[in-house]
Design a protein around this ligand. Sequence first.
Ligand code: SAM
Length: 154
Amino acid sequence: QQPDLDVPYVPTKQETVEEMLKLAGVKPGDVVYDLGCGDGRIVITAAQKFGATGVGVDLNPQRIKEANANAQAAGVADKVRFVEGNLFEFDFSQANVVTMYLLPSVNLKLRPKLQKELKPGSRIVSHDFDMGDWQAEKTIEVGNDTIYLWTIGN
Ligand code: SAM
């Protein structure tokens, strides 16, 4: 039986993954959470190339299996963790960077939870979709992809 997904699986291109992490200024010590992590590529890249640790959550158990296998293959299994679950029920208060590639309606539904759980100074990066009237601090284009950045205020 397939899980009831809010968003279909479409992976982010590797080049865009790296630009997302750069836009968020990811550095060693950062804790990166990808909400709807797919095959884990954002969190794995954050560990492998940016020295961060990370957590991914996905509702589809197949994606979690792939993410764990990819983390092993990349040699970062000790720096990342992948959890099967619903992002709307997931505690991401330990994150200081949140990444997502969801949908406009899902971003809007998630906005209050992001604002409630994240600490001041935490960064949020979204691939392709904005947050309605929550104005992005920076927007960049990578090929056909658009990336948005917000920082949680005090
Ligand atoms: N973040 C990955 C990337 O950028 O390569 C994958 C993005 S893909 C567009 C969206 C992912 O969200 C899919 O892997 C899907 O299984 C997952 N997903 C959809 N609804 C979800 C939910 N309610 N909770 C957790 N994951 C969900």
